[in-house]
Unconditional design. Sequence first.
Length: 287
Amino acid sequence: MLKTIRVLTTALAVLIAPAAAFAQPTSLPSGALVQAGKLTLGADFAAAPNQFIKTNGEKDGLNVDMCGEIGKRLNLRVEWENLAFPGLVPGLQAQRFDALCTAIFINPDRLRVMNMVPYVQWGEGLMVPKATSLGTSCSFKSGENASYAGCFDELSGKAVSVAAGGTTNRNLQAESDRMKAAGKAPIEIRAFDTNADAIQAIVSGQAVAAYLNDPQAAFFINRTNDNFKLAFTGYASNQLALATLKPNTTLADAFVRALEQMKADGAYNSILKKWGVAPVASFAYAK
């Protein structure tokens, strides 16, 4: 009888154990982290809703939630290094931090120097004042970049702000170059260190539009200032990734395992729903 009670007790303990109890990956070996027991992450905290600092000084955002949960699964204390976007990849290469957990898209140049673990996806869009028709009279289809040509053509000769050094900057420049080659006036691109500065440029009248990642523009409009709207969204829809240096596959693999566990127990989908972003089909990364 006593043996039966012990078996039943053990089975009940397994059934009621919290997800985190069985979700802990094995400990990371020496060398996978800059400092043992701590996961140091680089991010640009001027990029809401990905990550931002609230008025009370508290860090918040999609990536704070996502990578905070990953840190728990890895049994590591998460610490953040706040750095403007152009300095993030050089900072990772200088081993100032273990990985990037910020709004960084996957592209071939980055894959040459980093392992990139996809975890969410979205596109790019144009934020304009509500009173303007700029960028709104065109037709487009998300996923078909060529269909946005008319939208960008409306920006010919106009001042448009964007965060420097990122995919949005490159895509806006490519569209401007296409227009120039066709004999149109190029876009007057005004690149700033952060998305917050790019948004402030349109708020202050330094630019007539801001070219941003969709969730960043929507977050600002919905929570900060309703005098603006999104003229178009969904251009260059792409996956965002967590990134480690190319040799550090150990940490990248640990990220994959943690994300798979989070998806299995519902934590992943809860974070996506909270921040209004789309899931990826797989967390597998190109090696």
